[in-house]
Design a protein around this ligand. Structure first.
Ligand SMILES: *Cc1c(COP(=O)(O)O)cnc(C)c1O
Length: 457
């Protein structure tokens, strides 16, 4: 492949439609085009190196160009790249399912493979609705979601997390699902404070569940909201949800696409509350950030409701062409092996504690409204006026100002609205994390004058 950096820039401009990207704004900036990566850093086509401060949008685990994962994929390539798992098996997917059985809560025993987090969620929703239908209950067709949630960009996933800002053309096409307020302590729906509140917000959820009990198939929740702005559930909230689901005969779906595989300092974020969901959605970090593969994991009780012969018509008729892809599954096995051999989960927990003082200290900066951290999942919320918790208007793109400055300082970030998200690769060392948090702080400091200028403008 022969090309110059200028050609790549031009062809990117001419042909590529970037996801989740207002393309006019994109065209007005100097495009960032990555050519290679090594460890926790990425190199662009001009030879500049950057820290991967968001793990290539929340995927990366051991860094880039990891010899063990590279080797596993190369070994697999010598055998076969892909054959279907519709009605037949393959070796890596079998090994991966067995490994997942070892690392997920013991009640979770069955693993359904897809190729993206959104499809893992679609499968979870369909499993939940059909679980009841297979038992003759066709009324339970609704899913309770939470405000400011995010479950992916396909129609079903949007329907449980509609956002007028992004989904306005589709609002009328989406089925209506009920929603309850998310336990966001920075913007408490009840204006209370944890722990004196004694989780009064959970009572609001109980009302919503009780109200819709007859039609509710499941509750879907992110144990820490990711795209919503890195918002952890307060301790005890998830176990309350689990108890409510049991009481009202509703399934509990944990969307751990962002939080799973060690990101929060536990293998699964639900472990912070010692909860077992009925259905667990896994994506992003499962292949170490290498290849598209996702999993919808279920308990035996769920699986048994689908266990039938063709004539019974209770099977789950869902499948993607590339489901259970061998290269992806082999990469995932290598990733999980490496997590074990490097004791990565303990490392994440230690590193999270190591950088916590520096992260907390960001609160002293003038436009920082809130700082939230769960493991190596960190959000710094910018605020026009931290005292009154007033957000910058969306059009101000406050987060993007910090993103631009950080890039010039050698770190890639991708904010969501006013929240600057910092999600370093899980294997980052203490020194690498210190370098990254220094850039984060430096960017926020340097951004102050621009935020205040644009404030007056
Ligand atoms: C990223 C994400 C998804 C969607 O995953 P994709 O692989 O981008 O389709 C779903 N749920 C959560 C919580 C996520 O963070």
């Amino acid at each position: 492949m022969d090309y110059t950096p200028e050609q790549i820039r031009q062809w990117d401009r001419d042909y590529v439609w970037h996801p989740f990207t207002p393309m006019k704004d994109y065209d007005e900036q100097d495009p960032l085009i990555i050519e290679s990566g090594d460890g926790v850093r990425l190199k662009d086509i001009d030879g500049n190196w950057y820290y991967d401060g968001v793990s290539s949008v929340w995927l990366n685990v051991h860094g880039h160009h990891v010899s063990e994962i590279n080797q596993a994929i190369q070994d697999q390539l010598q055998k076969i790249a892909h054959s279907t798992i519709l009605g037949q098996g393959n070796v890596p997917v079998t090994l991966l399912a067995r490994k997942l059985n070892n690392v997920t809560p013991s009640a979770i025993t069955r693993f359904f493979f897809s190729d993206s987090g959104a499809s893992a969620v679609e499968v979870a929703l369909k499993m939940a609705i059909q679980f009841w239908a297979n038992q003759g209950n066709s009324r339970k067709t609704r899913i309770l979601g939470f405000t400011t949630n995010y479950h992916g960009d396909t129609m079903g996933a949007m329907a449980v997390a509609p956002d007028p800002l992004f989904h306005w053309p589709f609002m009328a096409s989406l089925p209506q699902h009920p929603r309850a307020p998310y336990p966001d302590c920075y913007r408490c729906p009840l204006n209370l404070r944890y722990p004196e509140c004694r989780l009064a917000c959970a009572d609001l959820v109980e009302e919503a569940i009780r109200d819709k009990q007859e039609v509710l198939a499941a509750v879907i929740i992110e144990p820490v909201q990711g795209a919503g702005g890195i918002i952890p559930t307060p301790p005890g909230f998830l176990s309350r949800m689990r108890a409510l689901c049991d009481e009202y005969q509703v399934l509990f779906i944990a969307d751990e696409v962002a939080t799973g595989v060690g990101r929060t300092g536990k293998y699964w974020a639900i472990e912070h509350d010692e909860v077992t969901p009925d259905i667990l959605c896994i994506g992003k970090g499962i292949t170490g950030g290498y290849l598209p593969l996702s999993v919808t994991a279920a308990t035996e009780a769920i699986y048994q409701q689908f266990y039938c012969a063709a004539k019974d018509r209770k099977a789950l008729y869902h499948g993607h062409s590339y489901a259970g892809n061998q290269l992806g599954a082999r990469a995932a096995v290598a990733n999980l092996d490496l997590i074990e051999s490097t004791q990565l989960i303990t490392h994440v927990e230690e590193m999270a504690r190591t950088i916590e003082p520096e992260i907390e200290a960001l609160r002293d900066l003038p436009y920082v409204g809130d700082v939230r951290q769960k493991g190596l999942m960190i959000g710094v919320e910018l605020s026009k006026d931290p005292k009154t918790r007033t957000p910058f208007p969306y059009a101000r793109q406050a987060g993007r100002i910090i993103q631009e400055i950080a890039r010039a300082k050698g770190m890639i970030l991708r904010p969501i609205g006013n929240v600057v998200i910092f999600m370093p690769p899980l294997a980052s060392t203490a020194d690498e994390l210190r370098a990254m948090t220094a850039i984060l702080r430096g960017s926020l400091e340097e951004g102050q004058s621009r935020l205040s200028q644009e404030e007056e403008a």
